[in-house]
Design a protein around this ligand. Structure first.
Ligand code: FAD
Length: 761
């Protein structure tokens, strides 16, 4: 028995935030300083990079770069020891306290909060028309707008017709006005002639603003050539391919009064209504469909669910949907969620008037406060300072190797758990297993006696149904706080060994070490891991044949897998001959990214790219390799490209020449190497290659480091006939392995025994 004092443990309760709205960003920032003991914070958001709406008009006007207006959500979450699940929520069951998430198992919660904003609510008839552009999602608005303008202009060029592009902006609220002026600048900067029309259904633009501000905005719109039509609702938009006659409009906009207006593009920037998700949350809503909450921001249903920002409607206290309220509600939300866990009374959100600053797109802005109105470049400077401060606040990144905050209880948090047993006593309890396995759907163990549902001492394999002749096992500590993705990656990593041997996966067993925790938390974690693993096993045509689960200090996950060669010869590391080419099917850099995750130093874009590659199966690359008569194969994992290539060279007794600039890499990993971020295996991998690798002088260390970077779920390294290499790369890319590249050639070994080596140029 081992005495266990402080060991890594699971949290006792879960706080889940749906959507990364402004109020939730506040909460995540506060969590960094004072997490609630025993509670894990999870953010579920489909977006990793958040565009700050207050700065979007500035981006479109060319006053900021897109980057300057972006919040990196993974960094913020890492800095605050919050778990991020990058997926869209599809529904909620407040009674059974689960949140349904697209493409993965539901997430349980003790307390949840919703901040998913609002939707411009495009009428169904125009949804899907590429010339009708919704302001949301904000993140790709500019690229959607730009693509639509290009399409209109190329149509005009074909028709050799030269007239301004007609752009109709729907919605005369703050967003619509700012947008019309920003897009006017966007077109002017590119010297694209354009005419704008701003349409508002109410009898004035900027309803709720002082009359002086409305007048100033009207004057500005006029001066900038933006025509205005108020008291006009759009009832339909017709899209008709114009006749060959040049210059006809593609869209005909129909107004309530029966009039029709031709236009090239429609920008939908109305405040609109609730997000479609709101209908699937099982919570009371107001007559417009927004979530009805008390002034404490808790749902009026009494469920432990809060809502803030545009999605929430305060009972008896109608508020304009503005970012200012969303931000201010953050403080009350944080206070009340803390109070909820501490069983203290909740407080009420008391709205106050606020300063509104509107960008005019040309380095000037308009301010509206309590009936006062100001305008000028100094107002823009004021707005710019406020916006930059907001961005800066949300750009906290942990310093390198920073410890998680006190009381942080993600899968890697620390709790005191008293004495724990090791040896067989560290097995996870039977009921944890039963609960987790009982929820896994899909494969029954056809052909296997002793299935998951009726456990026996061991799995008995029916060799007729499951002829197995290749086995492998792989497992490692979890590096993501998302167990479903970890399960998928661990299964893909293990299955990769089978694919590299040219074998068809048949079955696998899970190996899991769970941190101590309550039965509920352990079985949930196990379920999420196994559900991820099972997803990949099933996609590979294999079954889950049970496994072994034990309790330990940190979360470890892996699979032992079995495959069948179907009477073919295995693909081996050996068999390389001079004249062959080497193909690598996935980019390198995963090791540096994993190290950067541990240090909170990874950007949202780099993380997304690394995850994309880790979650790419080697199945189709292996099949393509078989079809193309590839002779030698291995998968690139922990020893890095250099280590695994050296194994191939040793068993084939040949040398290789690598062209470093052709070695594919994850975007952003060079920067990580330049900043000195390396996997802890880097040194061992270099040592292993010592005396066997010759690097041409002058190559950048940040490029050479790629060769020793260990890969999780890395690609295949293929030895192929030199004259077929490009053809095989094309085939691999067609099948979805877009990262495949020829990275080097096989040469004769140097003289003397053991003359094989890698030359890097
Ligand atoms: C161009 C423009 C300029 C604006 N300027 C200002 C301004 O200057 N001042 C001001 O006060 N207001 C301004 N607004 C309004 C302001 O942006 C909104 O009121 C504010 O963003 C609402 O904040 P929120 O926190 O409710 O939601 P949001 O900021 O909209 O955040 C909601 C988040 O939830 C996510 N989400 C959506 N669906 C799901 C799902 N199914 N699962 C998980 N997550 C989901 C979204 O992707 C998003 O990241 C502007 C709006 C626009 C469009």
């Amino acid at each position: 028995m081992t005495m266990g004092g402080e060991v890594t443990g699971l949290p006792q309760q879960d706080l889940v935030l749906v959507g990364a709205g402004y109020a939730h960003l506040h909460l995540v920032r506060q969590w960094r300083m004072a997490p609630i003991p025993g509670v894990r914070l999870t953010v579920v958001s489909p977006d990793r990079e958040l565009t700050y709406s207050g700065m979007l008009p500035g981006v479109l006007s060319g006053l900021y770069s897109a980057d300057a207006a972006t919040i990196d959500l993974p960094q913020l979450c890492l800095a605050s020891s919050a778990r991020l699940i990058s997926a869209a929520v599809t529904g909620m069951d407040p009674d059974s306290r689960i949140i349904r998430v697209e493409g993965r198992p539901p997430i349980p919660f003790d307390v949840a909060s919703i901040a998913i904003g609002s939707s411009p609510c495009l009428p169904p008839a125009v949804a899907g028309v590429s010339e009708v552009i919704s302001i949301k999602p904000l993140g790709d608005f500019e690229s959607r707008f730009s693509a639509a303008v290009s399409a209109v202009r190329s149509r005009m060029a074909v028709a050799t017709h030269d007239r301004p592009v007609e752009i109709l902006v729907v919605g005369g609220g703050a967003a619509g006005c700012e947008l019309a002026l920003a897009l006017e600048r966007w077109m002017v900067r590119r010297r694209f002639p354009a005419r704008f029309l701003l349409v508002e259904s109410q009898n004035t633009i900027l309803r709720g603003y002082s009359s002086r501000t409305v007048e100033r905005m009207q004057r500005e719109l006029r001066a900038r050539g933006v025509a205005l039509r108020v008291s006009q609702s759009i009832v339909g938009v017709d899209r008709r391919e114009p006749d060959s006659s040049a210059g006809e409009f593609l869209l005909k906009v129909q107004f309530e009064d029966g009039s029709v207006q031709g236009t090239d593009l429609v920008i939908w920037a109305t405040g609109g209504g609730p997000m479609p998700l709101v209908e699937h949350l099982g919570l009371p809503r107001d007559d417009r469909g927004f979530l009805l909450v008390q002034k404490s921001l808790q749902s009026i249903s009494g469920a432990p669910v809060f809502a803030a920002g545009d999605v929430a409607s305060l009972l008896g206290c109608p508020l304009p949907r503005a970012g200012v309220h969303a931000v201010r509600q953050g403080a009350m939300l944080w206070n009340n969620i803390q109070h909820w866990f501490q069983r203290q009374p909740l407080r009420e959100y008391r709205p106050r008037g606020f300063l509104s600053l509107l960008s005019l797109g040309n380095g000037r802005a308009l301010a509206d406060l309590a009936g006062w109105s100001f305008e000028g470049s100094w107002v823009w400077k004021w707005k710019d300072a406020i916006d930059r401060r907001f961005l800066q606040m949300n750009r906290i990144a942990p310093s390198p190797l920073e410890e998680p905050g006190p009381g942080a209880t993600g899968e890697g948090g620390r709790v005191s758990s008293g004495m724990r047993c090791s040896g067989c006593g560290s097995k996870v309890s039977a009921s944890v297993l039963k609960t987790a396995l009982g929820r896994l759907e899909g494969t029954t163990a056809g052909g296997i006696q002793g299935s998951r549902r009726s456990p026996d001492d061991a799995v008995v394999v029916d060799r007729e149904k499951f002829p197995v002749d290749v086995f492998s096992v792989d497992f490692f500590p979890a590096f993501l706080d998302d167990p479903y993705l970890m399960g998928r990656i661990a299964a893909l990593h293990a299955l990769s060994d089978l694919w590299a041997m040219g074998a068809r996966p048949v079955g696998g067993q899970a190996l899991v070490t769970l941190p101590p925790g309550t039965e509920r938390q352990q079985s949930e974690l196990l379920y999420q891991l196994l559900a991820g693993g099972l997803h990949e096993l099933k996609s590979a045509g294999a079954e889950l044949w049970g496994g072994h689960t034990t309790e330990g200090g940190e979360l470890l996950v892996g699979f032992s897998v079995a495959g069948c060669l179907d009477g073919t010869a295995p693909l081996l590391k050996s068999g390389l001959v001079p004249g062959q080419s080497l193909i690598l099917t996935k980019p390198l850099g995963v090791g540096a990214v994993v190290a950067a995750i541990g240090q909170g130093q990874v950007s949202a874009g780099t993380l997304a790219e690394a995850l994309h590659w880790m979650l790419r199966s080697n199945a189709s690359a292996a099949r393509a390799a078989r079809q193309s008569g590839v002779t030698s194969v291995t998968d690139v994992t922990g020893f890095g490209l250099a280590g695994h290539l050296l194994e191939m060279l040793e068993s084939s007794q040949v040398s290789a020449r690598l062209q470093l600039q052709n070695v594919p890499r994850i975007g952003g990993c060079r920067e990580l190497f330049e900043r000195g971020i390396r996997s802890s295996l880097d040194a061992a991998n270099r040592k292993r290659a010592e005396g066997r690798i010759e690097v041409t002088a002058g190559l950048a260390e940040s490029d050479v480091a790629l060769l020793f970077d260990p890969q999780t779920s890395g690609g295949l390294l293929l030895g192929v006939p030199g004259d077929q290499a490009q053809q095989i790369v094309t085939l691999l890319r067609q099948k979805g392995d877009e990262g495949a590249c020829v990275v080097g050639v096989i040469e004769s070994p140097g003289s003397g025994p053991g003359g094989w080596r890698i030359r890097v140029e």
